[in-house]
Write a protein that binds this ligand. Structure first.
Ligand code: PLP
Length: 464
């Protein structure tokens, strides 16, 4: 080797080692700065959010809300420091952890629970399911009272909801009511676990199997609930979750679709991601090794797989900031579930024996991670729901109705095509006489005791 070439080589080795040293110093400095920022975030959290004292009648008792701690704020700031904005590694990690925790093979995060419901049901209309796919005009059995976006995807896909009634107390439908609703065009069942209380999922899953029907569990309000010792969300072909602040875990906005079927998972992912055929994760390319070597539709051979669209899709993706928060919330799922159960039980014990109110009960064989505490004013009561709610709200105790009540009575559904199976007597009672109050982990025993004593005081004053 010439002296000149040797000196060039030595110079480039020297430059590389200088570059590496400077990267190392930058990383070290970056790491130190990061630690300082995160420490400051923790201090800020503690300084600005001291635990408040509960003052009955003054402190609001919310029906639901996000319970966020300094770890949640740090998780958000860390993702921001990494400039993780679109879905990326935080989302992937969350999906893997969440699927494992909820005992399903695949989880796909979405931008809301409503989007998750839309994706789950739309997945069942896709052509690779062959004869099993849902076609316009097919019927989907669902509960009449509930949240509208459990039912809207049925209509959005040109399918026909078949409304069934529910029980008072559990606020869920029964396998018998579902069985009675099955008709010649019925192809699927899509039901929400009501207010955290599981519907009889094992029985309804068996019914679905017997009749060759798809089952979608809207698990948005029931993450962590158990039915016969098994997690809700593990009985259906697909299950959905919401991460809106009112729910068991939050990402601000967000949702998730879970399934054990790799085929359904692929369809959900594609529908979520514009309808694309390619399954590479964000930032990845050519994982199929055939990116420029396939033939689709009437496209030229080798058309980029990344830009090949095999279905009419949406963009219902989340961001990594959301997933970072979700990841930090996940660590608290168990503790949140215990608090919900404890709060519900304290309220249930406190109200036991109070006249004129129908108290909630877990569905047989269930251990619910409750979303709320549901009360129905007895049809024979000497007072109405409105008076009781007004009394509680006046004491800053937030109340909520059981979402949309009997949905067939909502303006949006009046001119829609649906079928009603049997009578919707209890759904109507729910629409007129039911409400719920909070049991979420932000509620303390003192708050529960105040709600209980307020309800008792009202009933004693108004009940003859
Ligand atoms: C049973 C049920 N399904 C779906 C949703 C919709 O979730 P999101 O608000 O995340 O769209 C809700 C919302 O509270 C719900 O209660």
């Amino acid at each position: 080797m010439s002296v000149w070439r040797e000196s060039v080589r030595q110079e480039s080795v020297r430059q590389e080692s200088v570059r590496q040293e400077s990267v190392r110093q930058e990383n070290e400095r970056g790491g130190e700065l990061r630690e300082r920022i995160l420490q400051t975030v923790r201090e800020h959290f503690r300084e600005t959010r001291p635990p408040g004292e509960f003052v009955p009648g003054v402190t609001p008792i919310l029906s639901s809300g996000a319970v966020l701690d300094e770890d949640d704020q740090v998780a958000l700031i860390e993702a921001a420091l990494d400039l993780r904005i679109a879905a990326g590694p935080y989302t992937l990690r969350f999906e893997q952890r969440f699927a494992r925790l909820l005992k399903r093979r695949k989880a796909h995060v979405t931008n809301s629970g409503s989007s998750a419901n839309l994706l789950a049901l739309t997945a069942l209309t896709q052509r690779e399911l062959g004869e099993a796919r849902l076609r316009p005009g097919d019927e989907v059995i669902t509960a009449a009272p509930g949240f509208p976006t459990t039912v809207s995807p049925i209509l959005q896909n040109g399918l026909v909801p078949v409304f069934v009634d529910v029980e008072l107390g559990t606020y869920n439908t029964t396998a018998d009511l579902v069985a009675a609703a099955i008709g010649p065009r019925t192809r699927a069942i899509m039901i929400a676990h009501a207010i955290g209380n599981p519907f009889p999922a094992a029985e309804i899953a068996a019914l679905a199997k017997e009749h060759g029907l798809w089952l979608v569990e809207d698990n948005c309000d029931a993450v962590g609930s158990l039915h016969h010792g098994r997690l809700t969300g593990t009985f259906g072909d697909l299950a959905t979750v919401s991460f809106y602040p009112a729910h068991h875990l939050t990402m601000g906005e967000g949702g998730c679709v879970l399934t054990d079927s790799p085929k359904l998972a692929r369809i959900v992912e594609s529908l979520r991601d514009w309808g694309r055929d390619c399954w590479c994760e964000p930032g990845e390319s050519n994982t199929c090794k055939k990116r420029f070597d396939q033939q689709f539709g009437r496209l030229p051979h080798g058309y980029d797989h990344k830009y090949t669209f095999s279905r009419i899709g949406y963009n219902l993706k989340n961001t990594d900031l959301q997933a970072a928060l979700g990841g930090s919330q996940l660590a608290k799922l168990e503790e949140f579930g215990q608090a919900r159960r404890r709060n519900w039980q304290r309220m249930r014990d406190g109200l036991d024996g109070v006249p004129h109110l129908i108290l909630p009960v877990p569905t047989e064989g269930s251990d619910p991670s409750w979303f709320g505490f549901v009360l129905t004013v007895d049809p024979d009561a000497p007072f109405g729901r409105h008076e009781l709610i007004a009394f509680l709200e006046d004491r800053r105790i937030a109340t909520r109705l059981l979402f949309g009540g009997n949905l067939e009575r909502q303006p949006a559904y009046l001119d829609q095509r649906f079928r009603v199976s049997g009578e919707l007597t209890n759904s109507d009672i729910i629409t007129e006489r039911t409400f719920w109050t909070g049991v979420y982990p932000g509620i303390t025993p003192e708050m529960i005791d105040y709600v209980v004593s307020s309800i008792k005081e009202f009933v004693a004053a108004h009940g003859s």
